[in-house]
Ligand binder design. Structure first.
Ligand code: GTA
Length: 179
């Protein structure tokens, strides 16, 4: 089957600074690799979900979840390794923009997975680009508001229980006092 990508020199806008070779070798790797990079994922998406979605493009050899190098938890990207180039191209062509856990994921050709590439390269441990973001995900905002409401409730209950303690101290302490 003819390649779905007419201009193979423009396979990806991303240039990995850590690729061990020159531009020509990088492009050559992109043209032959059977690895795709998935970006803009929710931190809550699981390997099983990725498998379920990306196996629609073809048989998957391996999935490597991208992890925060400090917390060792998913940080929004992963690599999917296929057996065939055709399936790899199908994944990029048909899966890009698919909504996974409320987020439009980005599927990109990748030069090939190597040990170490699963870690976020940002100073805080996650992805570099997340450190430049000034917006927050709606689900993160929701989580923050829920946390804030819970914090306020806990503070209120603590205040209430300490007041109760002052006003009518009872239970075992009261029995001891009465003795
Ligand atoms: N195939 O698009 C991709 C891709 N991305 C974004 C990351 N990886 C990708 N692979 C493919 N396509 O293995 C891979 C990396 C690595 C892993 C984690 O995912 O090869 P990372 O995302 O933490 O680190 O990588 P990376 O790739 O170095 O970050 P990024 O976002 O491309 O940043 C590159 C440079 O641009 C950095 O020097 C940063 O300082 C700068 N930068 C990034 N975003 C901004 C911004 N919004 N404003 C200003 N500067 C920025």
């Amino acid at each position: 089957m003819a390649s779905l990508f007419k201009d193979l020199t423009k396979l990806s806008a991303y240039r990995d600074r850590r690729f061990p070779g020159n531009q020509e070798e990088f492009e050559q790797a992109l043209q032959t690799s059977t690895t795709v990079y998935i970006g803009n994922m929710s931190f809550y998406s699981t390997e099983e979900q990725v498998y379920e979605l990306f196996s629609r493009a073809g048989e998957i050899k391996k999935i490597i979840m991208g992890l925060d190098k400090n917390s060792k938890t998913p940080c929004g990207f992963c690599f999917v390794l296929y057996y065939s180039r055709e399936d790899t191209e199908d994944a990029v062509k048909f899966m890009s923009g698919t909504i996974l856990d409320d987020r439009p994921i980005r599927v990109d050709f990748d030069w090939g997975f190597q040990e170490g590439r699963q870690w976020g390269r940002g100073r805080s441990g996650g992805q570099v680009r997340d450190e430049y973001r000034t917006d927050y995900d709606p689900d993160i905002l929701l989580a923050l508001s829920v946390c804030s409401i819970i914090d306020q409730m806990v503070a209120y209950l603590k205040a209430l229980s300490s007041r109760k303690g002052q006003v009518r101290r009872g239970g075992y302490g009261k029995l001891v006092q009465q003795e």
